[in-house]
Write a protein of this length. Structure first.
Length: 144
């Protein structure tokens, strides 16, 4: 089952209760990824209100209708938020790849760019040895 994920639910604004985004979003079959400090706060003094989602569907639909009536395009908002949210992850990913590549090259490994190596398909029996960039194959007595 696909689950709703509440991500990074630590409170950034100190004017809010430090358990706000956990106790106010609790619902069955959801996942909440929170910083250790938030987990400790919820454990210490958090009081979830129960299922925060069930019974709110029609009022949520009305909010979306209101947004549409005043000219806010939900699809545009989602696209913008997605782009803004992915940008830091993309930057971090690129930095990670550059760091790992650098360390591998320092260790003497040849690093090929993404897409330069084609995975071996299960149907391809035209080769006896793995390409230099592939993981070693398990050698059986029959293949020796």
């Amino acid at each position: 089952m696909q689950r709703l994920l509440w991500a990074s639910t630590g409170v950034k604004d100190k004017a809010y209760d430090d358990t706000r985004y956990v106790v106010d979003l609790a619902a069955p079959d959801t996942v909440n990824t929170m910083p250790a400090a938030t987990l400790a706060a919820v454990s210490d003094h958090g009081h979830p209100h129960g299922d925060a989602i069930a019974g709110t569907y029609e009022s949520a639909r009305e909010v979306f209708r209101d947004l549409e009536r005043i000219g806010i395009d939900f699809a545009d908002v989602v696209k913008s938020l997605e782009e803004q949210g992915l940008a830091p992850f993309s930057k971090s990913w690129d930095e990670l790849i550059a760091s790992v590549t650098s360390q591998l090259e320092k260790a003497g490994a040849e690093v090929k760019p993404a897409g330069a190596v084609k995975p071996i398909s299960a149907d391809d029996h035209s080769h006896d040895a793995a390409p230099p960039s592939a993981a070693p194959r398990h050698v059986t007595q029959d293949s020796q």
